[in-house]
Design a protein around this ligand. Structure first.
Ligand code: TMP
Length: 205
């Protein structure tokens, strides 16, 4: 596999969309062929699963169903989009991936990390992102920045405590495997944040 697989993670309000757009533009400016995608979703079937997973009316969904649907969408995404692109030498920029499962379903919901690791191995075999950028911000600031959504999705309905566990899990994972993660402080002005992102990208090309 010649292409690079980059994922972007973070809790609510860290500026994921703006920074994804910056990363997209930067990678394209180097002449690389790039696929932009997201999870859950990224395929026709995956987007249907995303609708179910994010639907605030799906209050009866149990934690294991949520976990399995995330991996079901991921299996399809890998098969249809990610693996073919990487094999063709393209770069793949994905808005969230399995680190979000560890953070949200593991940290947030309290599912055993070992169970998630088993599914990861089954669905992905040895594939892991080459680089994961974690945009990091204290939960209070992030939620304030995100503001009150008029119709929050099933995850946005969660409380501070949930997002604190999500954030702690991201940071713990980054600390445990520093070569695969870059934690980007998302609190300074946007141009400063993007300078930090750019240095990480420069080290990859
Ligand atoms: P977002 O990508 O627009 O932020 O929304 C996706 C939501 O799905 C977000 O709240 C995080 C959540 N999520 C999980 O809980 N587990 C996962 O594995 C992924 C990819 C996303």
């Amino acid at each position: 596999m010649k292409g690079k697989f980059i994922t972007v993670e973070g809790t609510e309000g860290v500026g994921k969309s703006t920074n994804m757009a910056f990363i997209e533009e930067w990678i394209k400016s180097t002449g690389k062929e790039l696929i932009i995608t997201r999870e859950p979703g990224g395929t026709e079937l995956g987007e249907k699963l995303r609708d179910l997973l994010l639907d605030a009316k799906e209050q009866s969904m149990c934690d294991d169903t949520e976990l399995l649907l995330m991996f079901a969408a991921r299996a399809q995404h890998l098969h249809e989009v990610i693996l073919p692109a990487l094999k063709a030498g393209k770069w793949v920029l994905c808005d969230r991936f399995t680190d979000a499962t560890y953070a949200y379903q593991g940290g947030g919901r309290g599912i055993e990390m070992e169970r998630i690791a088993q599914l990861e191995q089954w669905v992905q075999a040895d594939l892991r992102p080459d680089m994961t950028l974690i945009l990091d911000l204290p939960v209070d600031i992030g939620l304030e920045r995100a503001g009150k959504r008029s119709s929050p999705d099933r995850f946005e309905l969660e409380k501070h405590d949930f997002f604190n566990k999500v954030r702690d899990t991201y940071l713990a994972r980054a600390k445990a495997q520093p070569h695969r993660y870059q934690v980007i402080d998302a609190s300074p002005a946007i141009n400063q944040v993007q300078q930090s992102i750019q240095s990480v990208l420069e080290s990859m090309v």
